[in-house]
Design a protein around this ligand. Structure first.
Ligand SMILES: *Cc1c(COP(=O)(O)O)cnc(C)c1O
Length: 395
């Protein structure tokens, strides 16, 4: 039975490799952090979503251990059958406090939150109006829903307005956007999106995965950045990036929306509850966020420093309001060569090219963290300068 299929897979895999698109994983032999160990060698990591540097935070590790001691290892059940622990309810409340929303529902991951948010709320009478660069999990979630689909060019408000006009015939309209777009690091223009939503009677959903903990003076995300706390109907997010980097996702927003998701959202109804250790660490994490703004301040200072230095050295960086810095090289092979040479210098950054970014827009993406010290940033900048000169990118 398998022989034909095996042949087919082998051929496909060989083609992926021939196209230069084969993904090889890096094997890390240490905890996540600014410095990581790869093949026994110390390297600097500039390609993790560890924005606040909490991936190896001692307080979170201690909270997770305590959570496991007190509430066990696993739940071995879904919530609608077996219920949840007091910890789960507490974490949901902490998330709502953080974002200034009414209620929260937890998922195993934000991929599930996005996969389970549209189908229970909207049907064929309704419209979902989605940014063209939204995350794969939003695209998949929209596919699972019967609502009519409208798409607007990335952050293009004229196009969004046109789509809203086309969608006026529908019963309900939901505009969906990433808070921060992962390839450019640009923040969605939520002020303008909100204005258009008012004008055309639409609701708004923002995926805060890359923006929560990062964007806004205190890291409360794009609703803080645009003074729209409590005004956006639906926010989704992850505990797998700035918020400790382990795993877990959530949808937070209007009470009735969250109520309905608890009734009908399939990844919630048919997938396991979050493990107590992770939930306990999540609670501690949001307590830390309420106690101090130190990590956000450090992240913002690090990002400003890095981009200013890179521009001063002659690199072409996209403007960024997040912790993502796109160093533009435009040429695909050059982006791969550049990233490989950075790795030889002990610095991990990722080179992206078509189809992940538009043709002719190849780049190196650098992700800054509060875990980076000035010496780490300088090492990275110096390596960029050395290789940039070698490859003729800068003079
Ligand atoms: C990372 C990411 C997700 C997925 O989050 P997980 O919790 O890892 O599943 C969803 N949406 C966006 C915008 C992301 O960047």
């Amino acid at each position: 039975m398998y022989t034909n299929f095996q042949e087919y897979l082998k051929k496909e895999l060989a083609q992926i490799e021939a196209d230069g698109l084969y993904k090889n994983e890096r094997i890390i032999e240490s905890p996540q952090g600014a410095e990581i160990l790869v093949k026994g060698k110390k390297c600097l990591n500039f390609c993790a979503n560890n924005y606040l540097g909490l991936g190896n935070n001692p307080e979170l590790i201690a909270a997770a251990k305590k959570g496991m001691d007190e509430r066990g290892f696993g739940m071995a059940s879904v919530r609608f059958i077996c219920g949840c622990q007091d910890l789960h309810k507490k974490l949901e409340q902490k998330i709502a406090e953080f974002f200034g929303t009414e209620d929260t529902i937890l998922y195993a991951a934000c991929f599930d939150a996005n996969g389970g948010v549209f189908e229970p709320l909207l049907n064929e009478q309704d419209a979902i109006i989605s940014d063209a660069l939204n995350h794969a999990s939003i695209i998949d979630g929209v596919r699972l829903c019967k609502a009519q689909r409208f798409r607007y060019a990335n952050a293009d408000m004229a196009d969004l307005e046109k789509q809203l006009q086309d969608a006026q015939k529908c019963r309900f309209r939901l505009i969906v956007t990433d808070g921060v777009f992962s390839m450019d690091g640009n923040v969605c223009p939520l002020d303008k999106i909100y204005e258009l939503a008012q004008k055309y009677n639409a609701m708004v959903m923002v995926d805060e995965s890359h923006s929560a903990g990062v964007v806004g003076k205190t890291g409360r995300g794009v609703t803080e950045r645009y003074n729209l706390r409590g005004k956006i109907e639906i926010l989704t997010g992850t505990l797998g990036k700035a918020f400790g980097g382990a795993m877990g996702g959530f949808t937070t927003g209007r009470k009735e929306i969250i109520d309905m998701l608890r009734q009908r959202s399939r990844p919630y109804l048919f997938s396991n509850s979050m493990a107590p250790g992770l939930v306990a660490a999540g609670i501690r994490m949001f307590e830390m966020m309420a106690e101090t703004n130190e990590l956000q301040d450090k992240l913002h200072a690090n990002t400003d420093y890095f981009i200013k230095q890179m521009l001063a050295k002659g690199f072409d960086c996209k403007p960024s309001e997040s912790a993502i810095c796109a160093v533009m090289l435009y040429d695909a092979p050059l982006s791969q060569k550049f990233a490989a040479k950075m790795q030889e210098e002990g610095i991990f950054v990722t080179g992206f090219y078509y189809p992940v970014v538009p043709k002719g827009q190849a780049r190196i993406r650098v992700q800054i963290s509060a875990a980076h010290e000035k010496e780490h940033l300088d090492k990275c900048i110096n390596a960029f300068v050395k290789i940039g000169k070698e490859l003729g990118v800068i003079k």
